[in-house]
Design a protein around this ligand. Structure first.
Ligand SMILES: *[C@@H]1O[C@H](CO)[C@@H](O)[C@H](O)[C@H]1NC(C)=O
Ligand SMILES: *[C@@H]1O[C@H](CO)[C@@H](O)[C@H](O)[C@H]1NC(C)=O
Ligand SMILES: *[C@@H]1O[C@H](CO)[C@@H](O)[C@H](O)[C@H]1NC(C)=O
Ligand SMILES: *[C@@H]1O[C@H](CO)[C@@H](O)[C@H](O)[C@H]1NC(C)=O
Ligand SMILES: *[C@@H]1O[C@H](CO)[C@@H](O)[C@H](O)[C@H]1NC(C)=O
Ligand SMILES: *[C@@H]1O[C@H](CO)[C@@H](O)[C@H](O)[C@H]1NC(C)=O
Ligand SMILES: *[C@@H]1O[C@H](CO)[C@@H](O)[C@H](O)[C@H]1NC(C)=O
Ligand SMILES: *[C@@H]1O[C@H](CO)[C@@H](O)[C@H](O)[C@H]1NC(C)=O
Ligand SMILES: *[C@@H]1O[C@H](CO)[C@@H](O)[C@H](O)[C@H]1NC(C)=O
Length: 891
């Protein structure tokens, strides 16, 4: 098979000299390179011949053991390439073992899996097993079929599989499935993001048959020569002659071909003949071919190279001429199958003086992936239930419902048609040793027909939310220790065909319908009011805007379980040891505040993070930590800084956030950054993005969240200067027992705090709108929020003062140098002033704010033909470098 030759050549890269290795590591953006089986405590390393950075796979799979090939191959040196020494094998008897990888939804990936057996287990038993992409069959890995002699065993003892695939969600499972008696294993797993405009298909994914470049050299080409790390194999035959050039070929077409490949081409040895190649490949579906051409001979004035391209004897192109010193790719995606063999032929036209030439060619078989993944909300709910009860089953890997033969235990699904995502229709956790209450996430399994939680140690009440599941026909709760009464709504469902089984155990459960009782006890909400120290309050045009260095805190207990599961949950709990590793023993501080220190860190997949270690005193009494964090982990919005994980181990409470490399808005407005000031378009965009994040907290979240601490310092900017709101949701669960915390800005910051909230202690979303208005004023004016040396100390008063005096021009930040669409600016100013209106009824809601800002942004962008925003964004990115104060702001 061709994949064997690929592997042999892969091994040969050991002797292939690579030119620009030094810069290589910087460009591996989005690459995932897993050295499977490498112990988790071994650090990632740079593979010498390619410069690729490999790391352990241990964070991506739960089953399997680490193995190692011992025998070296003196001729090929294959074993000397580090990534193929370790392997992960799966002797435990679990049928399906899956890697779960975090990917970019909708991006095309080249996915490569390598299997080097080399008798690692001393059994001399090369395995056969299946590979799956999510719920869909990919290919059978059969390491037995091609090997005969010992010699071949040594030379070609492995396989490389390569597919171009676009994941439909942010997670992707790649599974090894045991199909016989032999043990599946894997050596490396490599993912490379590709451009979306290159290898496209109407349906299915592209399974590589081969990727040839036509040269008589034996050099294998991959990263760093190929920026996408495609593996290019050479092909040559007696009928061909090589031509080559030292002139640089323009490779700026979408395929980013390496110079090493396009600087060589093949022509027929007999110039009168056509260029042809025939091969057989097993493919029941379509074959796609990509032909890469470049004219690499300096043509004389009377020379022409012109030929027809024939694919399986049908003419695709009648008179094709390669472009001079410029790559051109001809894709063949017509729905043609190869019957017995595939046949490509390039035939000179009569007017051509030169023979046809071809530089490189890729051949793919289309693999259909018909099976949909299980409904995402069901998967999320199930995983939350699993986490709630701390259930861990090794076999719970990959898609819960499909393929049906690997369906997870404890559930059953509807699997009507492959094109329809399966739904979880029954949950059977009988005798699962569950304790605690009945998980509220069960209510989000909206298609549930049967719920069996019998014979566990469940306590608490029979929850009312079960009545939301209208399709339920059986609820079996017998053999538990539930108490209280049965909700009436559930009783009513019994009349509509629900079988509710409660008898057996449950001694404290009142089954008598008459004992509708103390429902709602224990839910009384504690309200804490902790005023600390009052300071200057000044009166301006709007008498109600009051300077606050007074902080309020009202603790409002809410059920953390009322939240709807969002699209994707990436729930991650880390040990303190892992936190130590990810921060490299708390090496680099990003910021410091009342609740602890924020450190820079790196996750195992190289994702950068900001690690907030809560100080001992803040940690004390933070009983709700886990519940609150679970809630925050479920909040996902592009304009909210996501919580990636947490650590809750004894005294150690740690929050792990996504890293925001461009600091916070305040730094940019205050000129703290040595960069050029933000343009008006960028300011508007940041405001609009922030407004959308806040709108989501107010409206998109269930239950809605009030941020309570909107300020420019909490608006963070990622590497693309996209704005994200940080530190939401925490203030309400932090205890404010001691005054030390409050004096360091626990909730609400001076100048941003809503005066009405201060007066009435009645907190609504409109308090956030007020704070957002203050931020908008900062964006427009670049003035400090409070400045005692100004005519009016508070920014809202000051702007009002200027407006009433008709001194409009002096409001606007002079560093904008008049470079703005004034209508968008005045509209934003008007909006800001309405947000800081003293009475909450006079303020717009966040949806209105977000819409207005979007309109401002459109009008500003149309001023310079629409491209303004993008341009200023990239020029900004180039000219900016920032100080150490980064995400999320330490308070
Ligand atoms: C992926 O695997 C990790 C490590 O085993 C696990 O913690 C995480 O929950 C998994 N994520 C998903 C979405 O299954
Ligand atoms: C280029 O072609 C010439 C003549 O065919 C050959 O001698 C030479 O080795 C080739 N160079 C490379 C780098 O392949
Ligand atoms: C390559 O070709 C593109 C498209 O014609 C052109 O824009 C670009 O400047 C060329 N690059 C070089 C290095 O000549
Ligand atoms: C093309 O021009 C070269 C000289 O530049 C000449 O030797 C050759 O015969 C010409 N070929 C044809 C086909 O006209
Ligand atoms: C799952 O449901 C199907 C159809 O409703 C049924 O035939 C099958 O036996 C069930 N499987 C299990 C494991 O309960
Ligand atoms: C459930 O039991 C485990 C150990 O058996 C215990 O650690 C845990 O706290 C219990 N959970 C609840 C909610 O009672
Ligand atoms: C309930 O918990 C007790 C003690 O923790 C244990 O002995 C018993 O087996 C449990 N019962 C069930 C049904 O899991
Ligand atoms: C409910 O659970 C009990 C205990 O596991 C079992 O005996 C009974 O058959 C179950 N009833 C139904 C209808 O599933
Ligand atoms: C049931 O729960 C109560 C507390 O609600 C506890 O006192 C009792 O020991 C539990 N019974 C069993 C059998 O676990």
């Amino acid at each position: 098979m061709e994949s064997i030759r690929r592997l042999v050549l892969l091994a040969l890269t050991g002797v292939f000299l690579i030119t620009n290795l030094a810069n290589a590591q910087d460009d591996q953006q989005g690459f995932i390179s897993l050295d499977c089986g490498m112990p988790h405590n071994e650090p990632s390393y740079i593979e010498e011949t390619t410069g690729l950075k490999f790391s352990s796979d241990s964070g991506f799979i739960r089953s399997g053991k680490s193995g190692r090939t011992n025998n070296e191959d003196p001729r090929l040196g294959m074993s000397n390439i580090k990534p193929y020494k370790y392997l992960r094998y799966f002797p435990e008897g679990i049928l399906r073992n899956c890697y779960n990888l975090t990917v970019m939804q909708g991006t095309h990936y080249l996915i490569r899996a390598v299997f080097v057996y080399r008798n690692y287990d001393d059994l001399k038993q090369r395995p056969i097993f299946d590979l799956y992409l999510g719920p869909n069959f990919w290919i059978t890995i059969n390491l037995q079929e091609e090997f005969g002699s010992v010699d071949r065993f040594w030379r070609t003892d492995g396989k490389v599989e390569d597919i171009i695939h676009m994941p439909k969600s942010n997670f992707m499972d790649i599974c090894l499935v045991k199909t016989g008696t032999t043990t599946p294993f894997i050596s490396t797993l490599e993912l490379r993001p590709l451009r979306d405009d290159t290898y496209t298909t109407k349906t299915g994914s592209l399974m590589l048959f081969n990727r040839w470049y036509f040269s008589n050299s034996e050099s294998f080409v991959r990263y760093p020569d190929d920026v996408h790390d495609r593996l290019w194999d050479t092909y040559f035959s007696d009928e061909l002659t090589q031509i080559n050039t030292t002139t640089t070929v323009n490779t700026t077409n979408a395929f980013d071909l390496p110079q090493a490949i396009v600087s060589k081409a093949s022509i027929p040895k007999d110039a009168g003949k056509s260029w042809s190649r025939r091969w057989s490949m097993q493919s029941t579906d379509d074959v796609h071919v990509y032909l890469h051409f470049a004219e690499i001979q300096a043509l004389k004035p009377n020379d022409t190279r012109e030929f027809s391209i024939l694919w399986n004897e049908k003419t695709i192109n009648h008179n094709y001429s390669p472009l001079e010193f410029m790559v051109d790719t001809v894709p063949i995606r017509t729905s043609t199958k190869c019957d017995d063999s595939c046949y490509l032929e390039l035939v000179s036209t009569t007017s051509s003086s030169l023979p046809p030439s071809l530089n490189a060619m890729e051949v793919f078989g289309v693999l259909q992936l018909p099976q949909s993944e299980t409904d995402e909300n069901d998967v999320t709910a199930f995983k939350n239930i699993q986490a709630f009860y701390k259930l861990q089953k090794m076999s719970w890997q990959g898609d819960p419902c499909v393929p049906t033969q690997y369906m997870w235990t404890g559930l059953n699904c509807s699997n009507m048609l492959p094109s329809i995502p399966p739904r979880i229709i029954s949950l059977d956790f009988s005798y699962y040793g569950l304790n605690g209450t009945i998980s509220s996430d069960i209510q989000y399994l909206s298609q549930l027909q049967k719920l069996d939680l019998s014979n566990n140690n469940l306590t608490g009440r029979v929850p009312e939310f079960l009545a939301k599941l209208k399709l339920l026909t059986v609820i079996n709760l017998s053999g538990n220790n539930l108490s209280g009464s049965i909700p009436e709504t559930l009783r009513n469902m019994e009349n509509n065909g629900l079988t509710l089984i409660l008898r057996g155990g449950n001694k404290n459960l009142c089954l008598d319908p008459s004992c509708e009782s103390e429902a709602g006890d224990g839910k009384n909400k504690k309200k804490w009011l902790v005023p600390i120290l009052a300071s200057a309050a000044s009166v301006g045009i709007t008498t109600a805007i009051i300077l606050l260095i007074i902080l309020f805190y009202r603790r409002k207990k809410r059920s953390s379980k009322d939240i709807r599961p969002s699209m994707v949950v990436n729930k991650r709990s880390f040990t303190y040891e892992e936190v130590t590793v990810m921060t490299n023993n708390f090496e680099k501080t990003l910021g410091e505040g009342g609740f602890g220190v924020v450190y820079y860190g790196n996750l195992i997949n190289n994702e950068q993070v900001a690690v907030k270690v809560l100080s001992q005193s803040s940690a004390q009494g933070y009983k709700q930590f886990k519940a609150e964090v679970d809630l925050l982990l479920r909040v996902h919005h592009i304009n909210l800084v996501s919580l990636v994980g947490y650590c809750d181990e004894g005294q150690h409470l740690v929050l792990i956030y996504e890293y925001m490399s461009n600091g916070n808005l305040k730094q940019h407005l205050s000129g703290e950054c040595a960069s050029s000031p933000l343009s008006w378009a960028n300011r508007l965009r940041i405001a609009a993005e922030t407004a959308q994040g806040l709108e989501y907290l107010h409206i998109g979240c269930k239950p809605p969240m009030i941020h309570r601490d909107i300020k420019s310092m909490n608006i963070l900017l990622d590497e693309h200067f996209q704005a994200k709101l940080g530190d939401f949701g925490l203030s309400r669960s932090f205890p404010v027992g001691s005054e030390t915390h409050v004096s360091t800005n626990v909730a609400g910051s001076p100048g941003y705090l809503d005066p009405e909230y201060y007066r009435t202690n009645w907190l609504t979303e409109k308090s956030d709108v007020f704070s957002f208005g203050v931020v908008l004023l900062e964006i427009i004016t670049s003035q400090p929020v409070i400045d005692q040396t100004r005519e009016k100390a508070h920014i809202g008063e000051w702007v009002g003062f200027k407006l009433t005096n008709g001194d409009i021009k002096s409001i606007v930040d002079p560093s904008l140098t008049g470079d703005y669409d004034s209508s968008s600016l005045w509209k934003a100013l008007e909006l800001a002033m309405s947000c800081v209106s003293p009475s909450s009824s006079g303020r717009p809601n966040m949806s209105q704010v977000a819409n207005e800002l979007q309109e401002c942004l459109l009008s500003e962008n149309s001023r310079k033909g629409g491209s303004q925003d993008v341009e200023s964004k990239s020029s900004l990115a180039l000219s900016t470098s920032f100080g150490p104060e980064q995400t999320p702001d330490a308070r």
